[in-house]
Write a protein that binds this ligand. Structure first.
Ligand code: AMP
Length: 420
């Protein structure tokens, strides 16, 4: 017997039903905000992902040489591919450009519940605008997507890397030191962070102040931690405007400002945000996004870019944990031949009904009616159409309602009215 590769999964029809529900629902929400769907390849040139993050990222990638000796990688995320696509072919498009996508991503992670080596993301990028209303709409969209899927207990956290940078500057942290502590801040590892800051010779007072600022959730009080200048005052005002719009225009109240939201990936530079399902434990983060800079690095003309990605797997885990009742797949009718002579008639009736838009299956096993009806039940067929030699002489069939058990003789030409 062959084993499935570590960190990957097979999906049963029932699981696929949930995944398709999530995909269709997310697609319609994106479209309702004027986003248009795109697709990029599953693998890219390796350098697309090392350009910003450096060679060390290859430890986390599925990278390989193809037969022509090219260095390639399965995509770990979709923002870099979408920006490559934008720089290559979409720069002349009218702005803002609102793009969304679905795609499987691959990371050489340590697998655990909610963390896989192949996982599916839904995401979007908005290119060419960074007004407060653009950010408010983007952040609200991520929340509304999850809310529309049926999630009730989710939390939105919004940070700002420009404000955070001024805090770094206040304590004169070098680029290298910043790079070292960002993952610690991202994972809220405050003990390790304190140790690092001690190593960087910050005074105990400064260390306390620094970690307090990271955990502060009041944007009005953030002033007290940073050195004031005109630019930062403007940035704080912008942050407040965005949060006010999220509340006033989109009626989202369940959010908080958190300077410690920094995101794992290297290319974020602006507002950043995350949505979590607190009850999921370590892998509670469902969505992450923010403003970033990649266009210039990829050879395009710099302009504002922002986006977010939502993980399918954790979203489904969260819905299941909240007890959400996913829609179940049903069939309009299951057609059963009583004798072998009825098989052709059954196939004809099924095909006729499919042409009229019904979902119909037909018994292919030449088994007794009892067993066929049991199967019809197991695949959630609403009706069974039993085709027997006596009824067929009158151009009729028997229709059984699988819920009530009620049976009726119906003329073939009228079947569609009875299975609506
Ligand atoms: P990121 O691209 O790391 O910002 O992740 C965006 C979202 O993708 C996260 O919030 C998760 O829901 C999901 N995600 C990231 N990594 C994994 C993984 N290894 N397995 C499953 N979902 C993931």
């Amino acid at each position: 017997m062959y084993q499935i590769p570590r960190g990957t999964r097979d999906f049963t029809p029932e699981e696929m039903q949930k995944r398709l529900y999530v995909e269709e629902n997310i697609r319609s929400t994106f479209q309702s905000f004027g986003y248009r769907e795109i697709q990029t390849p599953t693998f890219e040139n390796l350098e697309l992902f090392t350009a910003k993050s450096g060679e060390t990222i290859t430890d986390e990638l599925y990278s390989f040489k193809d037969k022509g000796g090219r260095d390639l990688a399965l995509r770990p995320e979709l923002t870099a591919p979408v920006i490559r696509f934008y720089v290559d072919k979409l720069q002349m498009e009218p702005k803002p450009l609102k793009l969304f996508y679905f795609g499987n991503c691959f990371r050489y992670d340590r697998p655990q519940k909610g963390r896989y080596r192949e996982f599916r993301q839904a995401g979007c990028e908005i290119i060419g605008v960074d007004t407060p209303e653009a950010y408010a709409e983007l952040i609200a969209l991520s929340y509304i997507i999850l809310e529309k899927l049926g999630l009730k207990n989710i939390k939105l956290n919004i940070g700002n890397l420009k404000i955070l940078k001024t805090l770094f500057n206040k304590y004169k942290l070098t680029e290298k030191q910043q790079k070292y502590i960002l993952p610690l801040i991202d994972k809220s590892q405050f003990e390790e962070l304190k140790e690092a800051l001690e190593d960087f010779n910050l005074s105990p007072n400064n260390i306390n102040e620094f970690t307090e600022a990271l955990q502060s959730s009041d944007v009005n009080k953030i002033n007290q931690y940073i050195e004031k200048n005109e630019n930062i005052e403007k940035e704080i005002l912008r942050q407040k405007q965005i949060m006010e719009l999220i509340r006033e225009a989109f009626d989202i109240k369940n959010y908080q400002f958190k300077l410690g939201i920094v995101r794992g990936l290297d290319y974020y530079t602006d507002i950043v945000f995350e949505i979590e399902a607190p009850y999921l434990g370590a892998e509670k983060q469902l969505c992450g996004g923010g403003g970033y800079e990649l266009v210039k690095l990829f050879g395009g003309k710099e302009l504002p870019t922002a986006g977010f990605a939502i993980g399918f797997d954790r979203t489904i885990l969260a819905l299941e944990t909240e007890g959400y009742q996913f829609p179940i797949s049903t069939l309009d009718a299951y057609v059963i031949p009583v004798t072998e002579e009825m098989i052709t008639k059954c196939l004809q009736i099924s095909q006729q009904l499919r042409k009229q838009g019904f979902t119909v299956d037909v018994d292919l096993m030449r088994r007794g009616i009892g067993k066929a009806l049991k199967y019809a039940n197991s695949i959630n067929s609403k009706k069974s159409i039993i085709v027997g030699p006596d009824e067929i002489k009158q151009e009729s069939v028997t229709i059984k309602d699988m819920k009530t058990g009620e049976q009726k003789t119906v003329e073939i030409k009228n079947i569609s009215e009875y299975i609506k």
